[in-house]
Design a protein around this ligand. Structure first.
Ligand code: ZN
Length: 608
């Protein structure tokens, strides 16, 4: 039984025609008047795929589709961009299932397809318009969304999309003009999934929490090498997500890719070459991670597919590639709905159950598996010329000479740094930016309404090293040593207790564990904990040093060793600091004490 939406139903045929006529008039300038009113050619098709439409024209086309088929297409917004543009989202289903509640009641999987996270790579938008048109207007894909709900973001980075230029994608073969990779604050949305700095990402996270989609498809265009494939695709390494979800997505691709190639395409796994000037040296994993969309989906126990159409292929070919693969994935998700929903439910349940296993641990970072497998690369013949300009090697491909190379593939990853899991984290009330990030991700927590004394474990952070160059607006903490120590703390009222028995527990771990590559500490949200706020005057430290040397022979020996061996000890301030840093006056500042605490089940603070 499908719950029908709140929208009105049963638009009559006559009424549709009237609507089309009216629309034909309102869109008459571009479409040539009422005689061509039923023309559903998309803007990109109209230009012969020379151009891609503006955001306004994209939304106008979607509005036409909604008016044509209000029982199949629902156009809404889910946020506002930094420059004030409404962020459009389309929900599409054959039977008007337009809400998560209705999708759950009907046991339909929700597939989130996003285009234009990198708005210069915009095939997904134009393919999406064609696909929705064929679902809603032409009837060509009449049954595609009988058994799945499509949530489609036509342009994720809307401000970036409107920053149109022919010069935004130097590596890419058309369209004539396209959007810019950064949004209007120069941030790359496909690095923002965890830190969630941008209004766009915060809106997206709310959309994610509202729908909790069963499958994410993120549509991009490649950079990099030339080869025969019109599309490459990427799934997160099996070590990075629930085993059942990983298996589901691998089986999906094993079924969908042959069907895709039957439509005249050629596809490959994502191709990251170890050496861009010599593809024969083999492939490696491009890295991905929680800051990327598919990395985020993996942590949320959801299948995620990254699609990259090949930059050198004509725009028409690339749009068709995205259209066919997305259509086949939607079809597969619908046909395999029961298994997909069951897999996801099981993964969520396993994440919740993991919290009661005190020996549970998760991998935070990954390293390349030293074992490779042979990979048959459908490439092109190429020449390598020593370049007098770069001093390196100039690779030139010959597209008239397809050639297959068997090369080593090191795509496999292995867990590297691991963390055991606490029962919960405690974030003291004053760390509001951290709590705000928990909120952005919809992480469940309990707020203390009293001051609570806890015996917890906390990290002492030492030897921090920051990047000297900003990355995505942050000077990242590149290295830090984190050691766990017992800590007695008083959590002020308003502190939050984040239990790990929740489906999004992996996101909490990623945000809060110091060794996690995208944790808030690494992004620089807690840099102040490394700063000393009080210093010792040299005349005061002179006395302190004498007292300490007199009392502690081991300290005296260490000091004398450094005098002999350490060149930085030529500096009088360095010598005096040696004593200050070993004194209770320094310890009182708690430099490097990570404020987020790890709690055992036995020490959960309570206000009762
Ligand atoms: Zn991209």
């Amino acid at each position: 039984m499908i719950t029908l939406p709140r929208r009105r139903q049963g638009t009559g045929v006559m009424r549709d025609w009237l609507l089309i006529l009216l629309l034909g008039l309102s869109f008459g300038g571009g479409l040539g008047g009422p005689a061509r009113a039923a023309d559903w050619t998309t803007p990109a098709e109209q230009s012969g795929f020379r151009t891609t439409p503006s955001y306004a024209d994209t939304v106008a086309y979607l509005e036409r589709l909604q008016k044509q088929a209000p029982g199949r297409i629902h156009l809404g917004t889910y946020g506002v961009s930094p420059q004030g543009r409404p962020m459009a989202v389309v929900v599409a289903n054959s039977n008007g299932v337009f809400t998560p509640e209705a999708a759950r009641a009907a046991r339909l999987p929700v597939v989130l397809v996003q285009a234009g996270i990198h708005p210069g790579e915009i095939e997904g938008k134009d393919a999406g318009l064609m696909l929705l048109r064929d679902v809603a207007a032409t009837g060509k894909l009449q049954h595609l969304l009988d058994h799945a709900v499509l949530v489609f973001i036509p342009v994720f980075s809307v401000d970036g999309h409107e920053n149109f230029s022919p010069y935004n994608r130097i590596n890419q073969n058309g369209p004539d003009s396209m959007g810019f990779r950064g949004q209007s604050q120069y941030l790359n949305l496909n690095r923002d999934n965890i830190k969630a700095d941008t209004p766009e990402m915060r809106a997206w996270l709310k959309l994610w929490q509202y729908w909790r989609p069963d499958l994410l498809i993120d549509v991009h265009t490649t950079d990099g090498a030339d080869y025969q494939y019109d599309l490459t695709w990427y799934l997160e390494d099996p070590h990075k997500l629930d085993a059942g979800v990983s298996l589901w997505q691998q089986q999906a691709m094993a079924s969908v890719i042959p069907a895709y190639e039957k439509r005249g395409h050629l596809a490959s796994i994502y191709l990251e070459f170890k050496d861009g000037s010599d593809p024969r040296k083999g492939l490696e994993n491009f890295g991905s991670g929680p800051r990327f969309s598919t990395g985020y989906a993996a942590l949320q126990n959801r299948a995620g597919l990254l699609i990259e159409t090949h930059m050198m292929k004509p725009y028409a070919t690339r749009v068709r590639a995205a259209y066919d693969l997305v259509a086949l994935m939607l079809d597969y998700a619908g046909r395999d709905a029961a298994s997909l929903l069951e897999t996801n439910a099981r993964a969520d349940a396993a994440t919740i159950a993991r919290a009661s296993d005190s020996s549970a641990h998760v991998a935070l970072t990954f390293k390349s598996d030293p074992a490779s497998t042979p990979f048959s690369l459908k490439g092109y013949a190429f020449t390598q010329t020593p370049s007098q300009i770069s001093g390196g090697t100039w690779i030139q491909y010959d597209q008239t000479k397809p050639e297959t190379y068997v090369i080593p593939n090191w795509n496999g990853l292995l867990p590297d740094r691991m963390a055991t899991l606490p029962a919960a984290y405690a974030v003291p009330a004053q760390w509001k930016d951290i709590i705000a990030r928990l909120d952005a991700h919809g992480i469940a927590y309990r707020r203390l309404d009293c001051a609570a004394k806890v015996a917890a474990m906390g990290y002492q952070l030492d030897n921090p090293k920051w990047s000297s160059q900003p990355f995505e607006g942050h000077l990242m903490l590149e290295q830090v040593e984190a050691g766990l120590q017992p800590r007695q703390e008083i959590l002020p009222p308003g502190s939050v207790i984040v239990p790990l028995d929740q489906p999004s527990a992996n996101i909490a771990v990623e945000l809060l564990e110091p060794d996690a590559p995208d944790c808030l500490l690494r992004w620089g949200f807690l840099d102040a904990v490394f700063e000393t706020k009080e210093y010792g005057e040299p005349r005061v430290l002179e006395k302190l040093a004498r007292d300490m040397l007199a009392k502690d022979p081991a300290l005296k020996a260490e000091f004398e060793r450094k005098l002999r061996d350490d060149p930085t000890f030529a500096n009088p301030r360095a010598r005096l600091s040696f004593f200050f840093q070993r004194s209770p006056w320094f310890a009182a500042q708690k430099v490097g004490a990570y404020p987020v605490l790890r709690l055992d089940k036995s020490v959960m603070p309570s206000c009762n």
